[in-house]
Design a protein around this ligand. Structure first.
Ligand SMILES: *Cc1c(COP(=O)(O)O)cnc(C)c1O
Length: 239
């Protein structure tokens, strides 16, 4: 194996141990939690190595970075998640490779995604990004809709052709009442997911937890954790 492959294999094994331990501590079967490796800022060659090592879900947050990478890796059996703030002028490109968009947070974006999914004859899974640091009807600093806006957006996704309502996503807030309280934040996301599933039973994905707080997310009940740094290393630049 190459050095990089050894390194990624070792990091993946450590993350796998953490997820398994968190599942065991929470009394959850390991299969309930899916690892998504966030490959942003890292090259397509790393994505290829991760695929060889058995990773099946990858995530990106910037279209400029993601589009060429996804094209280079189109032969690999990967599910691509888009997790960054998404401008409507990037929707055409993103729909070309993303199987799921986890950062759906406004109706204009839903309309654009639907139109493009229909045009490209693709089905795009959509997660509503929830901002737990936003006021009731506002949007979050780093994207996301306030809890009060979930229902309306979810109903819109559910009736939009080409889109499938998949669930909820959040990033632990750095400010507001949940700052430094990851487990409480993720617990709140779970409650919001329970509400959502009353009207949309199939929308059962709960995407929460990153390198620093995946244990708290698994304890709260997350179905998907998004891990970058702990697998690939500290990113060379902000991303
Ligand atoms: C970068 C990123 C992650 C991964 O963060 P790490 O701390 O590197 O694990 C997860 N979710 C989103 C939305 C991100 O942008």
């Amino acid at each position: 194996m190459t050095d990089r492959k050894d390194e990624l294999a070792a990091n993946l094994a450590k993350v796998e141990d953490r997820i398994a331990a968190a599942c065991a501590a929470a009394g959850r079967p390991r299969e309930e939690v899916t690892l998504i490796v966030v490959t942003k800022t890292y090259p397509a060659s790393d994505v290829r190595v991760l695929s060889e090592l058995g990773v099946r879900h990858v995530a990106e947050n910037r279209d400029q970075d993601a589009a060429p990478k996804a094209a280079e890796c189109s032969d690999l059996p990967l599910v691509w998640h888009f997790v960054g703030q998404l401008q409507t002028n990037k929707v055409r490109s993103v729909v070309g490779y993303a199987d799921l968009v986890q950062s759906v947070d406004r109706s204009r974006l839903v309309t654009a995604l639907s139109k493009e999914a229909v045009r490209q004859e693709r089905e795009v899974g959509c997660l509503i990004q929830v901002a737990l640091d936003a006021g009731e009807s506002q949007r979050g600093e780093r994207g996301g809709v306030a809890p009060g806006g979930i229902e309306e957006l979810a109903d819109l996704v559910a009736k939009s052709p080409g889109l499938r309502l998949a669930g909820l996503m959040t990033v632990a807030p750095l400010t507001g009442e949940y700052a430094g309280r990851q487990q409480a934040a993720f617990g709140r996301l779970m409650d919001l997911s329970t509400d959502l599933r009353r009207a949309h039973p199939a929308a059962n994905m709960v995407s929460a937890g990153m390198s620093a707080d995946l244990e708290e997310a698994v304890a709260a009940g997350a179905t998907h954790v998004r891990v970058g740094t702990a697998v690939l290393g500290v990113r060379p630049r902000l991303g």
